[in-house]
Design a protein around this ligand. Structure first.
Ligand code: PLP
Length: 453
C-alpha cells in the first residue's frame, strides 16, 4: 500500500520558477531535438520547454523550474504523474512478460472482467464486447469497422469541431486540413449542439434542439440513406471543453433508434472520471452501442479499448482484434491499476468537486473580464473562450496565445487552442493548488487585457 499523501505539495514552493522559462537548457535541448522532430503542436511551438520529470500534480523542467500541471499530458495522467500503484503494476508486468499477441494473459483476463464490471448498459445493451488497442485512433477505426459490419451500411455522420484521431478513417470524421486532402466518400459532418456559437442562431431551450432535427435533413438530402453510425464526442476536448445542452445526446440516441443507426460515443478523452463520472455518457444516462476509451485509461501507458453492446458480440468476432501491442501485459496492468485507483480514491467525486469549485471561479472571471466570452466544462475538463468583443464573439487568438505564454512563465503547464484555453488538471489535485492555478490564469488574463488595451 502506498502513502496516500504521495502527491502532496508544499504550496509555498509550487510553482517554483528559478529561471525565466523556457530556460537555457530547455532552449538548447529543444533546438537539438527540433532539428529532426517536425510538426510540433502549438503548445510546444508557443512554449518550447523541456520537461524532465513529473510527480503527482507537478512537472519539473531541465532548468529546475517546477510547474503546476493543468494539462495531465494532454488529458492522460488523471491520477497524477507516476502514481505509485500504476508505476508498480507496469514495472511488475515489464519484469514478467512484455508481449503475448492476442493470447489471454492473467492480467488481461482481470482487466476485461473489471471493465465488464464498470461498463454501461444492461442485458443486450451492456457494453460487454471488448477489444484492446494502443491508440485512440485505432480504437475509433475498430468502432467504424464494427458499425459497418453490424449494419451492412457504410456511411457515418459526425459533428463540427469534434476530433477522433489521425488515421484515415478518423480524420474523415473531423475537420480536414490541407495535408489530409479529401474526405473519404460516405463521411458527413453536422452542426453540433454548441450553444455559445449556435450555427442556427437559435437560443436554447427555445430552439427545441433544432440542430438534432437537422440530422434528418442530412440523412435525407446528403447521404444515400445507408448510415451505419453517428459518432460523437460526449464533451468536446480539442474544440475546448464544449458541453452539449441537456437533451442533445438523448435526442440523438432516439433518432438513431428511429433510423436503425448505431451510436458511437468516442470517450477516448472523456472516460475514466475526467468529467466527474467514469464515462461522460453517464451524465445523460445514455448508453451508446459502441464506445471507445483511451488517454486516462492507462494513465500514460498507451492502452485503449473499443467496447460494443452485447447484442453485437457475434459481429465483433468478425473484426479481428489482433494488433502488435494492443492489450499487452504492461498495458493491461496500467489500465487495471488505474481503474482500481479511480475507485479506491473516489476520483469521480473528486473530479466533480474540483470541476465545481474551478468553474464557479471561472464564471466570475467570465462576468468580470471583457475578453472571457465563455467559461465552461464538466469535472476536470474545462475551458475558457477568449473574444475581442462579447457582443460579436469574434475569436481573440492573440489573447489566447499571450495568456497561455504568460501563465506558463508563471509556472502553469496547460493547453492552448487558438482563442480557447483548455484545462485538464489531474483528478487528484488539492483544492488549494487548483485555486493557485486559477490565480495564475486570472493574473495572466488581466495582464493581457491591459497589454492589448
Ligand atoms: C476524442 C478523441 N478521440 C480520439 C483521439 C485520438 O487518440 P490518439 O491520439 O491516442 O490516437 C483523441 C486524441 O486527442 C481524442 O481526443
Amino acid at each position: 500500500m502506498y502513502d496516500k499523501n504521495w502527491a502532496k505539495v508544499d504550496l509555498d514552493n509550487v510553482p517554483r520558477m528559478v529561471t525565466p522559462a523556457p530556460g537555457p537548457k530547455s532552449h538548447e535541448m529543444h533546438a537539438r531535438a527540433a532539428q529532426y522532430m517536425k510538426g510540433y503542436s502549438s503548445q510546444v511551438r508557443l512554449f518550447p520547454v523541456v520537461f524532465e520529470s513529473g510527480h503527482g500534480c507537478t512537472l519539473t523542467d531541465v532548468d529546475g523550474n517546477v510547474y503546476i500541471d493543468f494539462s495531465s499530458g494532454i488529458y492522460v495522467t488523471g491520477l497524477g504523474h507516476c502514481h505509485p500503484k500504476v508505476t508498480e503494476a507496469v514495472q511488475r508486468a515489464a519484469g514478467e512478460l512484455m508481449n503475448a499477441h492476442d493470447y489471454t494473459t492473467p492480467i488481461k483476463m482481470r482487466l476485461l472482467e473489471k471493465l465488464a464490471d464498470i461498463t454501461m448498459g444492461e442485458g443486450r445493451k451492456k457494453l460487454s464486447g471488448m477489444q484492446l488497442y494502443d491508440s485512440g485512433t485505432t480504437a475509433v477505426e475498430a468502432g467504424l469497422r464494427l458499425m459497418r459490419a453490424a449494419t451492412g451500411k457504410s456511411e457515418f455522420i459526425s459533428f463540427h469541431r469534434d476530433f477522433h484521431g489521425k488515421t484515415m478513417g478518423a480524420v474523415g470524421l473531423a475537420r480536414l486540413d490541407a495535408s489530409q486532402g479529401l474526405r473519404a466518400p460516405g463521411f458527413f459532418l453536422a452542426p453540433r449542439g454548441y450553444c455559445y456559437r449556435c450555427e442556427f442562431r437559435q437560443k436554447y431551450p427555445d430552439c427545441d434542439l433544432l440542430c438534432v432535427d437537422y440530422l434528418r435533413t442530412i440523412i435525407r438530402e446528403e447521404t444515400a440513406g445507408r448510415v451505419a453510425g453517428i459518432v460523437l464526442e460526449p464533451i468536446q476536448g480539442w474544440a475546448g471543453s464544449v458541453v452539449p445542452p441537456d437533451g442533445w445526446i438523448r435526442k440523438i440516441r432516439a433518432l438513431c433508434d428511429e433510423y436503425g443507426i448505431l451510436l458511437m460515443a468516442d470517450e477516448v478523452l472523456t472516460c475514466m472520471a475526467r468529467t466527474g463520472k467514469m464515462f461522460a455518457m453517464q451524465h445523460w444516462d445514455t448508453v451508446p452501442d459502441v464506445m471507445t476509451l483511451g488517454k486516462g485509461f492507462g494513465n500514460g501507458f498507451p492502452v485503449t479499448a473499443m467496447l460494443v453492446a452485447d447484442q453485437y458480440k457475434e459481429v465483433i468476432e468478425k473484426i479481428s482484434a489482433s494488433t502488435s501491442y494492443g492489450g499487452n501485459p504492461m498495458a493491461c496492468a496500467a489500465a487495471l491499476a488505474s481503474i482500481e485507483v479511480i475507485e479506491e480514491e473516489r476520483l469521480c467525486e473528486r473530479s466533480a468537486h474540483l470541476g465545481e469549485i474551478l468553474l464557479a471561479r471561472m464564471k466570475q472571471l467570465e462576468a468580470s473580464s471583457p475578453i472571457v466570452g465563455e467559461a465552461r466544462g464538466l469535472g476536470c475538463l474545462l475551458g475558457l473562450e477568449l473574444v475581442k468583443d462579447k457582443a460579436t464573439k469574434e475569436p481573440f487568438d492573440l489573447a489566447g496565445q499571450l495568456v497561455y505564454q504568460k501563465a506558463f512563465r508563471k509556472g502553469l503547464a496547460w493547453i492552448p487552442a487558438g482563442h480557447i484555453l483548455r484545462m485538464s488538471p489531474p483528478l487528484i489535485m488539492d483544492d488549494d493548488l487548483a485555486m493557485k492555478a486559477l490565480d495564475i490564469i486570472e493574473e495572466s488574463i488581466y495582464e493581457t487585457q491591459r497589454e492589448l488595451g
